[in-house]
Design a protein around this ligand. Structure first.
Ligand code: ADP
Ligand code: MG
Ligand code: MG
Length: 868
């Protein structure tokens, strides 16, 4: 087995074997950049070392010696030679970057004799002994775990004695005496002499770097970042170049672009007369890279040229380490730079403009995480790492927020009126909580899953939400929240990370990420590239505005029921439900029609000729009725009926299986006036806009249809009403009547229904619920177990179940298109915003998907990716 590769043999694709550092050093060499020569011990060598019980593989010693011989020839120097001593660094390098987690030792090859040679050769004693004291300290620290402070104390003491501030002000003699003291310390701490044999230094250093793979901080880092521990580290051995070689030397680090906003400008720092980590260690204040343009213009120009070359070659922003040795520039490391999501997007769009990447490559490189991060404020990674969570639930709606906790919608509203940042805490939410949810920065529930009311509504609003936090005991009456780790009360602060599902008692700073011009350009690009439309689910003009901002092409779903929850409407709705004759229903219906007309007018105006699909009333009546005693009493009083009458009506409306009960079109069969009222409001508002000269084509959508007979009846009924209206107004307004496809029977008879519908829209939530027979409201009880046992690959309410629900949809589309090739078919519901599901819908030939406004960009990305 080959354990050593020279830089000439390596390339960037060999990361797995050579580690990121080794592979990229070889690649830079191939590109013709100035890189000191060297070679790399492979990660497989590291693994063999561990398998061997932490002993080097047999032949390694000889192979290293051979490689060193070649390095000596390349550099015209000798390792341990007194004429031209070769100094080397021994550098760790893992496959995935683990910055600062493992060790590197510089200046190996120096001993009491070679250091003298170096001094006389260069005529610079200060430089030679500066290298030596660094070697003894690093070697002592990395190989024998001598704390760095043991050496630093002596250094500080010496500087005080000399009355100087900076290391660089020490003379050659000072540093010489320092190396003697350092060797004392080394002997004291280890009981042995600092090794004078360069080969022994090299082997011990290599072994120490291999060992550093399992040092505690590396282990923790791997766990936090999901890095496989069986990857091992490579070790690169490289000729030293010296940034501490006088005033014409220096060392620095540089990003090729600004890592926080992506601006195209070198972003880096350097220190003159310094080595290795001095820049990061903060010993002196580094200078910005732009200073180099003034002090060393030729080097700056060369650096810029190489940096651009590296960017072009890697097609990513680079993070570069460099050193200037007596006026000569060297590259010592390059890797893809860590950057914020909005910087990443800026850089990709710039690369596109610069011709560095094609549209397809950009779409390929944009990730869903990137988009999500770019859209939501967040906490900084570093700060998060310093605090452990108070409780953990499901990451139901991404984004971060801090605020004070309140336990009811009313309390939340009150607090927000007093300009407080509010976090709403509920066991679970119901439509009645909506007023509290709207004013909240974040929502926490102790029950419910990823498609619970809280989760769906929060995602729709772009509000962070942690749902199903089972360890929390929420007592809304006492206004306390209890967790094994402590109790909180109303008004206490919490920080919520909806992206990870974690809740903290520490009040973090928020990093606000606004939409940048680059993000907008990206949205335009994605829209150009995808061949089907992305609409939004929007119940209000505000939702719709957000959706349009993100490039939605229209509205795929307006849920009218949410419009009935404002107090002045809810009372009319209740009056309507509790009325027992058609005449008694008339007054509240008229009032509701009035409200709805203005709602729809606002929506149509905001949609501005874009398609707008309005779904008629869907939920069962009881969702609008009060549940607790005091509310019931108030209602009875307001309606002027007795409590017994109210209770009786309430129990009549009670159902054992409401989601499969009297709702949607079924409810409208019993009370058709309500659909008639809604349709009248829709048509009347469209007529207002038509009068203003706009072309509005309302799309009326009927929920929960299971058979064509239902739809035929309802269509006829509604069309009669509409025709009457249009005749009366002498209008030729076009409108469409379509249906949700969310009942398995509707899928199986899609060809029949297609003849009666102008469009279809798959409701994936109900369809999944009914195909699986999984109650959406109870799924949290058993789904986690299914996922844990691997019985399901994922939550089918979050990502389409291709084999079951997906097949049924595909079959329905085939049937429907055969009967009516022109039929428009969409998907609304949660899956319309899930990237994997969206790609599947694209493949089975839907005409559009519709999702919550904040997911529009994700859906667009999924479609653009699916089309390349
Ligand atoms: P890390 O992975 O912690 O960054 P490195 O192996 O990159 O460790 O090295 C630590 C520091 O030493 C870096 O600043 C690097 O540029 C510098 N360095 C490493 N090898 C050499 C060398 N051969 N000549 C000069 N400086 C070096
Ligand atoms: Mg480095
Ligand atoms: Mg439904």
């Amino acid at each position: 087995e080959k354990y050593i590769y020279s830089f000439a043999e390596g390339k960037k694709e060999m990361k797995q074997l050579l580690g990121g550092k080794g592979a990229n050093l070889a690649e830079m060499k191939r590109l013709g950049l100035p890189v000191p020569d060297g070679f790399t011990l492979t990660t497989t060598c590291c693994l063999a070392y561990y398998e061997n019980g932490k002993v080097f593989p047999d032949t390694l010693g000889t192979t290293i010696a051979e490689s060193l011989k070649i390095l000596e020839q390349q550099t015209h120097k000798g390792f341990g030679s007194l004429e031209a001593p070769l100094l080397i660094s021994v550098r760790s390098g893992s496959v995935r970057s683990m910055p600062g987690m493992m060790d590197t030792i510089l200046n190996i090859g120096l001993n009491d004799d070679t250091v003298k040679m170096l001094a006389s050769q260069t005529g610079d004693k200060r430089f030679a002994y500066d290298c030596y004291r660094r070697l003894i300290q690093m070697f002592g620290n990395v190989v024998y775990s001598i704390p760095a402070e043991a050496f630093e104390i002596v250094l500080t003491h010496l500087k005080e004695q000399r009355g100087i501030q900076l290391d660089t002000e020490l003379t050659g003699d000072d540093l010489h005496s320092l190396t003697i003291e350092y060797q004392h310390i080394f002997r004291q701490k280890t009981g042995r002499r600092f090794p004078q044999d360069p080969m022994q230094q090299l082997l011990l250093a290599t072994q120490a770097v291999f060992n550093s793979w399992y040092n505690p901080r590396a282990i923790t880092y791997r766990q936090l970042n999901n890095i496989d521990e069986h990857l091992g580290t490579a070790v690169t051995i490289q000729e030293m170049v010296f940034g501490n070689n006088g005033k014409n030397s220096g060392t620095g680090v540089c990003f090729t672009r600004n890592p926080s906003n992506g601006e195209k400008k070198l972003y880096g720092e350097f220190l003159l007369n310094a080595q290795g980590e001095d820049v990061v260690a903060g010993i002196r204040t580094p200078q910005p890279i732009s200073d180099l343009a003034v002090t060393m213009p030729t080097i700056y120009t060369e650096f810029k040229r190489c940096a651009a070359l590296l960017e072009q070659h890697y097609q990513e922003m680079q993070d570069i380490e460099f050193t200037i040795d007596n006026g000569q520039l060297y590259f010592l490391q390059t890797r893809n730079g860590k950057r914020t999501a909005s910087a990443a997007i800026q850089i990709l769009m710039d690369f596109l403009a610069e011709g560095l990447l094609t549209k397809e490559e950009v779409v390929d490189k944009v990730t869903f995480d990137m988009m999500e991060q770019a859209l939501h404020p967040s906490f900084s990674e570093e700060e998060l790492a310093e605090h452990s969570p108070f409780a953990i639930g499901l990451p139901a709606s991404p984004g971060a927020a801090v605020g004070r906790i309140y336990f009811s919608a009313e309390a939340a509203q009150l607090a927000s009126e007093n300009d407080e940042a509010v976090i709403l805490v509920r066991q679970e939410t119901s439509p009645e909580d909506i007023t509290g949810m709207i004013v909240s920065e974040a929502i926490i529930t102790s029950r419910g899953g990823m498609t619970s009311h809280a989760a769906v509504v929060a995602r729709g609003m772009g509000t962070p939400c942690v749902a199903g936090c089972h360890d929390l005991i929420i007592n809304a009456e006492k206004q306390t929240l209890t967790h094994p780790s402590g109790q909180l009360k109303e008004g206490d602060w919490l920080a919520v990370d909806g992206s990870s599902g974690k809740i903290y008692t520490h009040v973090f700073e928020l990093t606000q990420t606004a939409i940048t011009p680059a993000f907008e350009q990206l949205m335009v690009l994605l829209t150009d590239m995808s061949d089907i439309d992305v609409r939004a689910n929007a119940d209000t003009a505000t939702d719709l505005q957000t959706a349009l901002y993100f490039g939605a092409t229209g509205v795929g779903l307006t849920r009218t029921e949410h419009m009935f929850f404002a107090p002045e409407r809810l009372i009319e709705m209740r009056r309507l439900i509790l009325a027992d004759t058609a005449t008694a229903r008339e007054i509240p219906l008229n009032k509701l029609q009035h409200f709805q007309t203005s709602d729809f007018e606002e929506l149509f105006r905001c949609a501005n000729e874009r398609p707008l699909t309005i779904r008629l009333l869907d939920p069962p009546y009881h969702e609008f009725l009060p549940h607790d005693i005091s509310e019931k009493n108030a209602l009875a009083k307001a309606l002027g009926i007795s409590k017994t009458q109210l209770d009786q009506r309430l129990s009549e409306l009670q159902e054992s299986n409401p989601m499969m009960g009297h709702r949607g079109i079924r409810l409208a069969m019993s009370y058709p006036e309500i659909y008639k009222m809604q349709v009248t409001a829709i048509i009347n508002s469209a007529l207002v806009l038509e009068d203003e000269g706009l072309t509005v084509i309302p799309e009326i959508m009927i929920p929960l249809v299971g058979s064509v007979t239902e739809l035929k009846w309802m269509r006829h009924y509604l069309e009669t009403a509409i025709t009457e209206l249009l005749v009366e107004k002498n209008s030729h307004l076009t409108y469409k009547i379509g249906t949700m496809i969310e009942i398995p029977r509707a899928c199986l008879t899609a060809h029949e229904i297609a003849d009666t519908a102008d469009f279809f829209s798959f409701g994936t939530n109900d369809l999944t619920q009914l195909v699986y027979g999984f109650s959406r409201d109870d799924v949290a009880k058993f789904l986690p177990l299914y996922l844990e046992k691997g019985l399901l690959p994922h939550d089918p309410f979050q990502t389409i179940d291709i084999d079951g629900v997906g097949q049924l949809m595909k079959q329905a589309i085939t049937l429907a298109k055969k009967a009516q090739p022109q039929l428009k078919i969409g998907v609304c519901g949660e899956l319309g915003g899930d990237p994997e599901s969206v790609a599947y819908f694209h493949s089975i030939g839907v005409d559009y998907v519709s999702c919550s406004p904040f997911r529009v960009p994700l859906a667009k990305l999924a479609l653009a990716k699916a089309s390349i």
